[in-house]
Design a protein around this ligand. Structure first.
Ligand SMILES: Cc1cc2nc3c(=O)[nH]c(=O)nc-3n(C[C@H](O)[C@H](O)[C@H](O)COP(=O)(O)OP(=O)(O)OC[C@H]3O[C@@H](n4cnc5c(N)ncnc54)[C@H](O)[C@@H]3O)c2cc1C
Length: 292
């Protein structure tokens, strides 16, 4: 199938892109890497009247570290993140996760801004930015606003962006030298969308978590920053404590049914990931069997 007829405009600046969005409202769509937009148009899941191509806007591309903040331009491609020494040093969770996003051909074109704006609940990067406590920078016709990643995702393919706004950058706190991270996903083949996944960042002192952020994906209509993590912080984690956290996680999840898995299977896999994450981060093989 091919897309319905549409008009095309190549934006010459962010201001120009915003003018085009303001003039055409929800009849226009931004084009970044096109790796999600074009398939959706070709399948006629969406039929925008105007495509606003921001692909040439160098001002939206790049990775910079200033003090303890890492800023990533919305148009930075997955492959650039994967190869970036700044990402490897200051956001290693993101580097681990991107290796699981699709395949090289898609990572060569797909962008972080496109991935976050697309807001697929089975996508790796939304869960990472939630786990990392990122801020999403959004530019609208009048001003710029900053949205906490946890508030940005509002449903399946839905975000806090209005049709007149552009996601311009992502800010992350630089990972502390003493922080640890864990990333794993269950997928049928490497590069497929996850059946269930977990992106986590932690601080550990004297064998206890002093901070633990668990970003689950493919377990509901948006990435989940699990509150069950609170049961594991500032306590000695025993199999019983972990089992209690695992039950609490089960209560929080609202997994969807699809061709890949039933809700019960997703709930089980999320608990498996929780246990793997905690036992790996604390280097405790005795915790490995603690699923409630
Ligand atoms: C076969 C296949 C497998 C894939 N597997 C995975 C996977 O395992 N994991 C995964 O996470 N992704 C996967 N993807 C999606 C891929 O990562 C996309 O690149 C990404 O989701 C979208 O990035 P993009 O730059 O291509 O965005 P586009 O396709 O250009 O845009 C996606 C959506 O976001 C909007 N948008 C884009 N940029 C902005 C912006 N700056 N501001 C506001 N709105 C914007 C567009 O209007 C559109 O609605 C897969 C894609 C394919 C085709």
């Amino acid at each position: 199938m091919k897309a319905s007829a549409f008009a095309y405009a190549r934006a010459t600046s962010v201001v120009n892109a915003l003018e085009l969005l303001a003039a055409h409202g929800d009849k226009a769509r931004i084009l970044s890497g096109g790796q999600s937009l074009m398939p959706a148009m070709n399948l006629r899941l969406i039929s925008p009247e105007l495509i606003v191509d921001i692909g040439e806007l160098a001002e939206l591309r790049g990775i910079a570290v200033k003090g303890d903040i890492l800023t990533i331009g919305a148009l930075t491609r997955h492959v650039e993140l994967l190869k970036s020494p700044e990402i490897a040093a200051h956001a290693p969770l993101l580097a681990d996760a991107i290796a699981h996003v699709a395949h090289p051909a898609i990572r060569n074109r797909g962008t972080i801004g496109g991935s976050l704006a697309h807001a697929d609940p089975a996508s790796e990067l939304p869960a990472c930015v939630v786990a990392l406590g990122a801020t999403i920078i959004v530019r609208g016709p009048r001003d710029e606003r900053r949205v906490a990643a946890k508030e940005f995702f509002t449903g399946i393919y839905e975000t806090a962006l209005s049709p007149q706004e552009l996601l311009v950058a992502i800010e992350l706190p630089v990972a502390r030298k003493d922080s640890s991270h864990f990333f794993h996903e269950f997928a049928r083949r490497h590069g497929d969308y996850a059946i269930v996944g977990l992106a986590s960042q932690a601080l550990i002192r004297a064998d206890r978590f002093t901070e633990l952020r668990l970003g689950f994906f493919a377990v509901g209509d948006r990435p989940l920053l699990a509150e069950a993590a609170g049961k594991l912080v500032n306590v000695t984690v025993t199999p019983a404590v972990l089992s209690e956290a695992s039950s609490a996680l089960g209560e929080e999840l609202d997994p969807q049914e699809d061709q890949q898995a039933s809700p019960a299977m997703r709930r089980h896999l999320a608990k498996v990931l929780l246990v793997r994450c905690v036992s790996t981060l604390l280097s405790r093989s005795d915790l490995a069997g603690a699923i409630a």
